[in-house]
Structures are given as C-alpha cells and as structure tokens.
Design a protein around this ligand. Structure first.
Ligand code: FES
Length: 212
C-alpha cells in the first residue's frame, strides 16, 4: 500500500487538473525514499511511486463522480420547511434525517421497526423512519420530533412527560410522545378526565389533561 499524505496536502482545495496532478507527483517524489537493488533502481521506484500516486487520485475522483451521479435528488417538506437533499437508493429516511439534514432527534435503536425510537410523521401518518427509504419521501411532508415543540415552547405532552419525569433513558422517549399524541388525537376530547390506564383521554392540546 502506498500512503502519501504529503501529496494529499498538496492538492487540498484545488481541482484535480494537470497542475494539481503535477503537484501530486512532485510531492510523492519528494517524500519517497525507496531502496536501490538489483530488482529496481531508486530512480525507477520513485517514478513508479509518482505515477501510482497520480493514478490513485484520478481513480478516487472517478469513483466519487460515479457515486454522486448515482444519487437521487429529492425535494420534500420537513417540519414545514422545503428541503432538498441527495441520497443513495439504499439510504433510509432515518439516515437522511440524521446524516444529511442534521436532525438527530430521531434515534436508531433496532433498525427493524420494533423500538420506535426513529418515529416520524409522514404525511400525517406515524411511521418508523428506519423502514422508509429517503427516496420515497419526494414531494411528501415529514414531521420529526424537532418539529413537535414550537421554538422554546414544548408541546403539552412533552411538558407532561417532563413534569412526570417520564423519560427513561431518553432514546425511546420520542416514540412515546408520537404514540401518545396520536392516541390522544384519535380519542374524543374529554377535558379533565383520564382513562383507566392513566393515559390522558383528551386531545394532546387540551389544557385540561390530568396527571396519572
Ligand atoms: S430504529 Fe427501531 S423502529 Fe426504527
């Protein structure tokens, strides 16, 4: 294996044009200290190192271009804002949210749709983002846990959880919030009541929710 960090330093921030390639070769020549024996002279080995360094850079550039062209360009709405991103076919929505859009509130627990730590709303439907492909959300609307609070103002459910210290380790808490919000929105609002299990039986937004 040929590692020439000095060559990489010589082209950082520049296009891999002919002058940059020449700088690569020069850097490789400057740091290469091969032996001289009957299988090859020092000069020959330095030439080989320089050529291989140039060739490796061109191959890396070609691979990067191929990978970029294989990506999908997706436009969607996330938490009400229009976003655009590039993703590979196999990237999940969870990958895109966390790695591309930097929305790290959705967590990866099981990656198999069991734990709910990656829950998001997709067009108003609760889904596990680890089971949705990023390229499937084109033109659709995604709501992540970052969109549940409004700025510094927590959603009423989040406040209730906080007041009750209902957090556990925190990884799956967003799943509880989403499930509780959906559960609440599906039930008729009955302020100041609670169901037998202790869940709030009112709409999540109803201020009359009681604490279990
Ligand atoms: S990571 Fe567990 S359901 Fe998605």
């Amino acid at each position: 294996m040929l590692l020439v960090p000095e060559a990489a330093q010589a082209i950082i921030g520049s296009r891999l044009d002919k002058p940059a390639q020449d700088r690569l070769e020069a850097a490789a020549r400057a740091v290469c200290r091969p032996i001289d024996d009957k299988r090859g002279t020092t000069e020959f080995r330095i030439d080989v190192a320089a050529v291989l360094t140039r060739r490796a850079a061109l191959i890396a550039l070609d691979r990067a271009r191929t990978k970029l062209m294989a990506k999908h360009h997706i436009g969607a709405k996330v938490n009400g804002d229009p976003v655009e991103f590039l993703c590979e076919t196999e990237d999940t929505l969870l990958d895109v949210l966390r790695d591309t859009l930097n929305l790290t509130g959705s967590k990866e627990g099981c990656s198999s749709g069991d734990c709910g730590a990656c829950s998001v709303m997709l067009d108003g439907r609760l889904v596990c983002s680890c089971l949705v492909l990023g390229c499937e959300v084109g033109g659709r609307s995604v709501e992540t846990i970052e969109g549940m609070a409004k700025g510094e103002t927590l959603h009423p459910l989040q406040k209730r959880f906080l007041e009750s210290a209902a957090l556990q380790c925190g990884i799956c808490t967003r799943a509880f919030w989403w499930r509780a919000r959906r559960f609440s929105s599906e039930r008729p609002a009955r302020p100041s009541t609670r169901c037998a299990t202790g869940w709030p039986a009112t709409s999540a937004d109803a201020p009359g929710m009681t604490r279990s």
